[in-house]
Design a protein around this ligand. Structure first.
Ligand SMILES: [Zn+2]
Length: 285
């Protein structure tokens, strides 16, 4: 009788224990900050306030920056484009206090980083686009630039991303590219060697903000994860989502392929923070 009562009292507290564990696991997942990698293509993690401070609006280079609340304080996660010049950089901070306080600046340092060089041969149509191609490229660039600058207020559910498909990492982020002997823009994403028709999965929960078939990137999907944290899925053979769709982590967005400027089928996966392409591998577990 005594033992039975003990068992039932243990059982009655069990749901509480399970709830507490679930909550702390969630809190832990949300608190995973990327490593402070203050170099071109990296992410500067800058403390902007104590934990009890109100939220604030942070700008870098004229763009809103993702902010995150942690037990240790408030942090800004600043994406640093590959063409960022090393040296002292300024964040402009406007606190949400009322009455409002004047905005203030905080500085951080960007260090240089040398990326390896890669030589590639590609079809001449992509090296010398026709007049019609150029008109199309210009039109598309405006749409792409708008999608890259997309801002939504909701904070990302998680900063840890899953690789959208499994395969050999065939070209890392940041490679300086020489196409048919000419130096072109560096590689602003991560290539995963997957054959045509491989399902590509959302790297985290988010909303589809743009899908199209572009001249250079082929069939492309943009997923917004919140506050300028955006993932791109490029060179797809088929797109299974439409603009405005909410997607869960792991949801199939479509299939891999070889559309756009490619040398063969693969996934080009890119990550944006405040409009800057950053190394996707910084967000993988
Ligand atoms: Zn690529």
């Amino acid at each position: 009788m005594k033992r039975l009562r003990w068992v039932s009292s243990v059982l009655s507290i069990l749901p509480t224990v399970v709830t507490v564990l679930a909550v702390s696991a969630q809190a832990h997942a949300q608190s995973a900050l990327p490593r402070h990698t203050p170099y071109p293509g990296g992410v500067a993690v800058v403390k902007i306030g104590e934990a009890d401070a109100p939220s604030s609006e942070v700008m870098f280079d004229g763009k809103r920056v993702l902010t995150l609340h942690q037990s240790g304080g408030w942090f800004a996660l600043v994406g640093l484009a590959l063409d960022t010049q090393p040296g002292k950089k300024i964040l402009n901070i406007k606190t949400g206090e009322s009455p409002p306080k004047p905005a203030y600046d905080t500085a951080f340092d960007v260090k240089p980083k040398a990326y390896p060089v890669q030589h590639l041969k590609i079809s001449s149509r992509f090296m010398q686009p026709t007049a019609d191609d150029l008109k199309r490229i210009e039109r598309e660039q405006m749409v792409i630039d708008r999608a890259k600058k997309h801002w939504s207020d909701e904070a990302p559910s998680n900063l840890v991303l899953d690789l959208p498909a499994h395969g050999r990492l065939s070209a890392r982020f940041g490679l300086r590219r020489v196409l048919n002997g000419e130096e072109r823009s560096p590689h602003a994403g991560l290539d995963v060697a997957v054959g045509t028709g491989t399902p590509l999965r959302a790297a985290a929960r988010g909303r589809v903000i743009n899908t199209a078939d572009y001249f250079y990137s082929g069939k492309t999907v943009f997923v917004d994860h919140g506050q300028g944290f955006i993932t791109l899925y490029i060179h797809m053979s088929r797109i299974d989502v439409t603009e405005g769709d909410s997607v869960e982590r792991g949801a199939v967005l479509g299939l891999s392929g070889a559309t756009g400027r490619v040398t063969g089928p693969h996934l080009h996966w890119a990550v944006l923070l405040n409009g800057a392409y950053v190394d996707p591998e910084l967000f993988l577990k």
